[in-house]
Structure formats: C-alpha cells, structure tokens
Design a protein around this ligand. Structure first.
Ligand code: UDP
Ligand code: MG
Length: 313
C-alpha cells in the first residue's frame, strides 16, 4: 500500500453497537476521496466486543489499522495515540458514535486543499441531547473563551482535520493533560470552520460520563488559563475590604452608640466560616495546578499499547 494521504482517526471505548455502521459509512466516504486513506481505530481499553470487531475489520480491509491501548486512558489520550501513529498528510478525528457525520469529511478536505492547516467542524445545533448537557456545554465554552489565553472557538469538538505540520507539532508536545481542542488552537497557522448539525448518538450509551466531562472541563481551564490562580488574590482583597469596613463600623458603634450592638456570636462564626472557606477554595485551586506539575514531572508515557495491526507497510 502506498502511504495514505488521509488518516481517519476514531477513538473507541465500548462501541461494539456502533462500529459496523461506522465502518460502512466511513468506507463509503473513503472510496470517494481524492487520495488513499487509512482508517485508524484506537481501542481505548474497551470491555465489550469492540477489539474483536477491530481485528475482524482489519483482516478484511487493508485500509484499516488499529491500536489497542492496554487500558482505558480516556478520549483525549486515545486521540493522541492515533495522531502518533497516523501516517497521512492530513488527519481527521471523529467520534465513533456517528455524531460527527463522516459525510462532512470531503468539505473539510476541500478547505485543507485551499491552504488551511486546521479545519474544525463547528456545530450549529445539537440534536436530541439533554438540556443539562446543552446548558453546561454552552456555559463552559463561553467561560473557557473568557479565561483562556488562546482563542479556542466555541462549540467545536475534536471533530476536525489537521495538516501534517500541525500533527507533528502536537506529537512533539510532551504535556500529559491534553486538551486537544486547545492545543490545536494554540499552534496557530491558518484555521477555519466548517459548520454542521450534531446528530444524536447512533447507538449505545454516552461514554463521556458527567464525571469525565467535568474532569475535561477542569483540565482545559487549568491547562489554558492561570486566571483561577489569581482568584485567591481577588478574594483576599475582597475580604480585606470587608474587614476594613467592619473596623469602621466597630469604631462608629463604640463612639456613637454606647449600647454596643456587637453582641452576636453569630457574626464571629460567620466571619470564621467565610474566611475558612475562602482559604480552602484557594488551596484547592492551588492543588489543581500543583497536581498537574507533579503529573508532568513524573514524565510517564502517555499510554501503553497492548496490540497494534495494519501498520506494517
Ligand atoms: N471515548 C474514548 N474513551 C473514553 C470515553 C469515550 O475513547 O474514555 C470515545 C467514544 O468511544 C467516542 C468518543 O470518545 O468515540 C466520544 O464519546 P461520547 O460519544 O460518549 O461522548 P460525547 O462527546 O458525545 O459526549
Ligand atoms: Mg458522542
């Protein structure tokens, strides 16, 4: 097989129900592309029959290659592994659940041919997702845009096309907390959007539990902004102002209101609780950053590969 022009990277975590449909739709798109392509499936420690399906697909179709991570490392790391192994001149990242329509790939490629190094798919609509998910996602993307030092477009997921130049840069980044959307924006170059409506999940359960989504959100904020660190300064200033105000009040009461109103134990308790919680929150925020420094310093590999096939040529 000649070196592929396109690598289609799909992270897979317990997706046996969607894999056959995914393969069919993606292959139809691959057949119509203007160059050779490989379908790079990354098994992120699935506990269902996904791996067996990957082996089957790979033995049937030489364009399929797969990577099986030794355990579940999470979506962002699975995509990173895919980017490490991709051989194409451009890589497209898409979800296994067909929420990112493969039929959009030719549009992404068209923009790439026009000279854009990153073409990201921006959703104009999410179909049939819960109001909670929609609301939190909406709020999160706006918050991130306010706080982050790089301009990360709102409502874009990992569904995108990246040029070889960008892939090599991402591969050379050693950091462990990988928020790919952020890193992709960070590299710069010419970037553009293609719009699409996000379909509902094809089958199976959502693999991004609330906990995983929350971790991703915290990760992205901490990786791309130091504003939370400054929060303690602001809170400190705020409580110092309040304390000053209190001092003035105490003097006033002592001088002009002989029957002192400073009687309540409650006031003292509230003040202690307020300061205590401010301090704990600030230590917690510090902890988020220090924990990440610790992670980085350990310098462990990002993932371990248990099995790979289809990369021989
Ligand atoms: N996924 C993964 N590892 C995980 C969780 C999810 O590789 O730990 C994959 C999953 O198989 C899918 C993609 O990431 O291809 C997106 O997951 P999902 O559709 O559940 O989340 P959504 O982004 O739709 O909320
Ligand atoms: Mg999904």
């Amino acid at each position: 097989m000649v070196a592929p022009v396109y690598s289609l990277i799909v992270p897979i975590f317990n997706e046996e129900e969607t894999l056959p449909a995914l393969y069919e739709r993606v292959v139809r798109v691959m057949d119509a592309l203007d160059g050779e392509s490989e379908l790079l499936l990354v098994n992120d420690g699935s506990r269902d029959g996904s791996l067996a399906l990957l082996r089957q697909l790979q033995s049937r179709d030489p364009r399929v290659c797969y990577l099986s991570l030794a355990r579940n490392f999470g979506h962002q790391i699975a995509v990173t592994a895919g980017l490490n192994f991709a051989r194409g001149q451009a890589a497209v990242i898409l979800d296994a659940d067909l929420q990112d329509p493969p039929e959009l790939i030719p549009d992404l490629i068209r923009r790439w041919r026009e000279g854009y190094q990153v073409v990201y798919a921006q959703r104009t609509k999410r179909k049939r997702e819960g109001w909670f998910k929609k609301l939190t996602a909406y709020a999160f993307y706006r918050l991130l845009r306010r706080l982050a030092d790089v301009d990360i477009p709102a409502d874009t997921g990992d569904f995108c096309l990246m040029d070889r130049q960008v892939i090599d840069l991402l591969n050379a980044m050693p950091e462990r907390n990988r928020y790919i959307r952020g890193l992709r924006s960070w590299v710069g170059f010419r970037q553009t959007a293609v719009y699409f409506e996000r379909e509902p999940r094809y089958a199976g359960e959502v693999k991004y539990t609330f906990r995983k989504s929350f971790r991703l959100a915290v990760n992205s904020l901490v990786s791309f902004s130091i504003v939370p660190l400054r929060l303690s300064t602001y809170l400190g200033l705020f409580s110092a102002l309040m304390a000053l105000g209190m001092v003035g009040l105490v003097f006033y009461w002592r001088l002009y209101q002989p029957a002192s109103r400073l009687t309540g134990l409650a006031a003292v308790v509230v003040a202690i609780l307020f300061l205590g919680s401010v301090q704990l929150v600030c230590i917690g925020i510090l902890g988020e950053y220090i924990g990440r420094i610790y992670e980085e310093v350990k310098g462990r590999p990002l993932y371990t590969v248990a099995e790979a096939a289809g990369f021989e040529s």
